[in-house]
Design a binder for this molecule. Structure first.
Ligand code: TXA
Ligand code: MG
Length: 337
């Protein structure tokens, strides 16, 4: 699926990517670049996004080229506040309740696009719906307010690779392929937003993420439905392809025994048999906290990958709360490629 070599680099060539400071001057320069049609990576509370003007199809095409994304998948449009977001789509009662409870924050709502939506067809992959998100990161909100248009942004990594949670991760994948990265330090949530479709009928969970299923059910007063097999809104984004979020090393889940020369990803206090044989070890949360584990997940995968191990053995992680999103990403990273 990842035929990276066949996708050309952006026509802008390979000038080094500027690292912009996480202050007013950096925000102003990032806003200027995006308004001029360039791609700029910026921090959200979840992961770094690769932003472009969502109203400009040519700018959005630049995202796919920079990421070497093999297909045109629908992207999330980011807005600085609820009023701006609600102008782009039609919100039913469920969507309004979720927006009220979780925006700004790591929730994406897929709703019918409004007649007046300015998000271009390419960013919506030609769908009648639109994915909207109001991020909580203050730099992101300042940037979006300064741009004054919706900003399309997938995670700022090469297609199929691990999502970036710091500016160095963005540069490791995209240096020379994008105009700039706005450096806001580490992203606190560390895992992408939860994607919920509100398209009439019961809201459906399209992707687990930074807001737990339980928290959403508490607001709705009812459990989220799963996407149906024949669902017209069935997600087609790469975040939902089986093999995604993949480090170079193979992953082995629920490992109870470590084989020689494997790298090991731990959670909590339990230790697999043979851990002394590991060539590298990282613990997502020694105190067994799933929020901390989510925030460290992608950086830990990058670190263990850098050890050169052929396989990363992943110890058991609980499936409740944010564990659902963590296990979703690990399962995709472990899928055959
Ligand atoms: O936390 C996040 O969500 C990050 C930051 C940068 O905001 N963004 C992100 O974007 O993870 P991306 O492109 O990797 O994932 C977008 C997800 C995909 O699974 C895609 O299929 C889904 O949203 N999506 C977007 N528009 C959709 C639509 N109209 N219908 C169904 N799914 C949609
Ligand atoms: Mg992604």
């Amino acid at each position: 699926m990842n035929d990276l070599a066949s996708i050309p680099a952006p026509a802008s060539g390979r000038r080094p990517t500027a690292r912009l400071p996480g202050d007013g001057s950096g925000v102003a320069e990032a806003a200027r670049l995006i308004r001029a049609g360039a791609c700029v990576a910026f921090p959200t509370e979840t992961v770094y996004g690769l932003g472009a003007d969502a109203t400009d199809a040519e700018a959005v095409a630049g995202i796919f080229a920079a990421k070497a994304r093999p297909r045109f998948n629908p992207l999330i449009a980011h807005l600085p506040g609820r009023t701006a977001a609600e102008g782009q789509g039609t919100f039913d009662d469920h969507a309004l309740r979720l927006a009220e409870a979780f925006w700004p924050g790591p929730l994406t709502l897929v709703v019918p696009a409004s007649g007046g939506t300015t998000v271009c067809d390419l960013a919506r992959a030609g769908l009648p719906s639109v994915a909207l998100r109001v991020p909580a990161n203050p730099l992101a909100r300042d940037l979006l307010a300064a741009i004054g248009r919706p900003v399309a942004a997938p995670s700022a990594n090469r297609s199929g690779r691990v999502s970036p949670t710091r500016a160095d991760h963005v540069l490791a994948d995209l240096d020379g392929r994008i105009a700039a990265v706005l450096d806001g330090g580490d992203t606190p949530v560390g895992i992408e937003s939860t994607v919920v479709a509100c398209l009439g009928g019961p809201p459906r969970l399209l992707r687990p993420g930074g807001i737990t299923r339980e928290a959403i059910a508490a607001v709705l007063g009812t459990a989220l439905a799963a996407p149906a097999q024949d669902d017209a809104a069935r997600p087609i984004g790469p975040g939902l392809l089986a093999s995604h979020y993949a480090p170079r090393a193979a992953l082995r889940l629920d490992a109870e025994v470590v084989e020689p020369e494997e790298a090991v990803l731990l959670f909590g206090a339990s230790r697999p048999v043979g851990i002394e044989r590991a060539c590298a070890v990282s613990n997502l949360s020694p105190r067994g906290d799933l929020t901390e584990a989510a925030s460290r997940l992608f950086a830990a995968l990058r670190d263990l990958d850098a050890s050169g191990a052929a396989t990363i053995a992943v110890c058991r992680i609980p499936a409740d709360g944010l564990g659902e999103a963590i296990l979703d990403r690990l399962g995709r990273a472990a899928a055959p490629r």
